[in-house]
Design a binder for this molecule. Structure first.
Ligand code: ZN
Ligand code: ZN
Length: 254
């Protein structure tokens, strides 16, 4: 399984992630923060399935642009998967003809821009050779992490969450689990803000990691750019043997 963290900085390589998107096997996107900025355009055209963790802008910012970019006036279009709460938000706050044309309505009336699908926590979706299972996380809005599996490998994406239990209980015993992309947004001294904003600090991350009780790769993502140096210093001080800082642009093979 191949997973690339899509970079979001313009003008040069950067360790900072301003927006979240990762692409699995070139054809499935988890989140669309920067999906619509991916070049060359052919790479966007290869994305057939987009799974949204939640409705915050760093995860959906370029979704309207992506859908425009890959539109072709045929019956083919990307499938976009999100929870009912996220769809409600996208309809009311994004595809409302004020922020962006109502592509959901247009997709019913004309050749489609997208095919909307509702996600349910714990219910697996099969796309090609991948099985993707969403699990509810603990954030300030309805949010899901994902377990992505093929016949040999399983990888989890867990971002935008406070301490949680459900997803760890579900993935802990998966014999094919190879890696977890896990968030750490704020430094330990901003624990108060992490708790209000629904995020983890390195200290909270280390407690979450103990819940997994597995020796798989831990790739830390969603580090707030304003606190990048402090968070990465605190992550390194944890001395977790499998921990690595997620690198925008890097392709991970599992
Ligand atoms: Zn976020
Ligand atoms: Zn969020």
């Amino acid at each position: 399984m191949k997973i690339q963290l899509i970079p979001s900085a313009v003008g040069g390589a950067s360790d900072l992630q301003f927006l979240m998107t990762c692409v699995v096997n070139d054809c499935v996107a988890i989140d669309a923060g920067c999906l619509g900025y991916l070049a060359p355009l052919e790479r966007q055209r290869r994305i057939e399935h987009v799974f949204l963790s939640h409705s915050h802008a760093d995860h959906i910012a370029s979704l309207p642009l992506f859908l425009d970019n890959v539109y072709k006036p045929t019956s083919e279009c990307p499938t976009v998967y999100a929870s009912p709460a996220v769809w409600d938000c996208l309809r009311q706050d994004v595809f409302n003809d004020r922020i962006w044309p109502d592509l959901v309505r247009l997709s019913r009336e004309e050749t489609p821009f997208l095919r909307p699908v509702f996600l349910e926590s714990g219910k697996t979706v099969t796309v090609g050779s991948l099985r993707i299972t969403p699990y509810a996380l603990q954030h300030v809005v309805a949010t899901m992490g994902f377990l992505i599996e093929d016949d040999r490998t399983a990888v989890a994406t867990v971002w935008d969450t406070l301490p949680t239990d459900g997803i760890w209980e579900h993935i802990r015993d998966n014999p094919r689990l190879r890696a977890v992309f896990l968030e750490a947004s704020f430094p330990n001294s901003f624990d108060w803000l992490a708790r209000k904003a629904g995020h983890l600090t390195p200290e909270l991350l280390s407690r979450e990691w103990r819940k997994l009780r597995r020796d798989v790769a831990l790739i830390v993502v969603h580090i707030k750019p304003a606190f990048y140096d402090a968070v990465t210093d605190e992550l390194e001080a944890l001395n977790l043997p499998t921990l690595q800082i997620g690198q925008p642009g890097k392709t991970y093979e599992f």
